[in-house]
Design a binder for this molecule. Structure first.
Ligand SMILES: [Cu+2]
Length: 153
């Protein structure tokens, strides 16, 4: 019986490693907050990179938020999503590229994030739509600068 212990330990290690393997879709959590050190109405994280087929759960930590895609800032063929006030949502992202995501009621106060699906895109490719309110345009630029400082491309 002693012989089996290392084997079962090895199996446990293999099984615990599976979710991080490319073939397995993961679900990430993004929080909508009222404030953190980056300013008012941030998404946390403000920049997230995932693989095609992964999902993101947008979780409302405080009330009054409504996450949605910015239709002018997503890859061709990607499906837009939007929620109602106080509604969280889990979205599967299949199209590679960069997505701008907003909180509908706090869009004019800088509530945006950047989602990158796949490795191909560069943050320099993100085209900030002219429809984006000025404070959110600035937030996008700040997010890009912080993400690059943290090693993103
Ligand atoms: Cu909000």
């Amino acid at each position: 019986m002693k012989l089996w212990k290392p084997v079962s330990l090895l199996m446990a290690l293999v099984i615990s490693a599976l979710p991080s393997m490319p073939a397995w879709a993961e679900t990430y959590e993004v929080k909508l907050l009222n404030r953190n050190e980056t300013g008012p109405y941030p998404f946390e994280p403000e920049f997230l990179k995932i693989k095609p087929g992964d999902k993101v759960t947008f979780k409302l930590v405080t009330t009054g938020h409504a996450p949605a895609s910015i239709e002018a800032m997503m890859p061709a063929g990607a499906k837009p999503f939007r929620t109602k006030i106080n509604q969280g949502i889990t979205v599967e992202f299949t199209e590679k590229g960069l997505y701008g995501i907003k909180c509908i009621p706090h869009f004019s106060m800088g509530s945006v994030m950047i989602l990158q699906v796949g490795d191909e895109a560069s943050l320099d490719d993100l085209k900030i739509s002219s429809d984006v309110p000025p404070i959110s345009q600035k937030r996008f630029k700040d997010i890009i600068a912080r993400a690059k400082a943290a090693g993103a491309k």
